[in-house]
Design a protein around this ligand. Structure first.
Ligand SMILES: [Zn+2]
Ligand SMILES: [Zn+2]
Length: 134
């Protein structure tokens, strides 16, 4: 299914569009995502970096992920919305935070990862779940 994906941060200073198919669609329960989102998990969609057009200048925070490899987290410096993640472990892919999509229902989770730190009340249902990043 071809769909045109667009999204933006809370204040609108940063917007984006995706021309292409999303690859992986993940729910990440790692502690870093919990802290960064201030929530239970990240819902993320991997898109080819070349297919992502960003309008505006996101701020970036770089750190070492739980895998021990570099992770860059892009966010709006005005309103703080987390927008994209770029991981050394998945070169050429930008992971879009799907809560920022204009149509967040375009996200269909394929796998839950880092369930080792999943919050206990959150049910993964029929979707496959991995302890770490498979
Ligand atoms: Zn913003
Ligand atoms: Zn994570």
């Amino acid at each position: 299914m071809t769909q045109h994906l667009e999204g933006r941060c809370l204040c609108g200073a940063i917007s984006y569009s995706v021309a292409g198919e999303p690859a992986g669609q993940l729910v990440c329960h790692c502690r870093d995502c919990q802290r960064q989102t201030g929530s239970a998990c990240s819902t993320i969609m991997g898109v080819p970096a070349a297919a992502l057009t960003i309008n505006g200048e996101p701020s970036v925070f770089q750190h070492e992920g739980e895998s021990g490899r570099s992770v860059k987290r892009f966010f709006c410096g005005d309103c703080g919305s987390p927008l994209f993640t770029e991981a050394e472990a998945s070169p050429g892919v930008m992971w879009v935070k799907t809560g920022t999509l204009d149509n967040p229902d375009a996200f269909t989770p394929q796998v839950h990862i880092w369930c080792v730190s999943k919050q206990s009340w959150l049910e993964t249902g029929d979707v496959p779940a991995a302890e770490r990043n498979p």
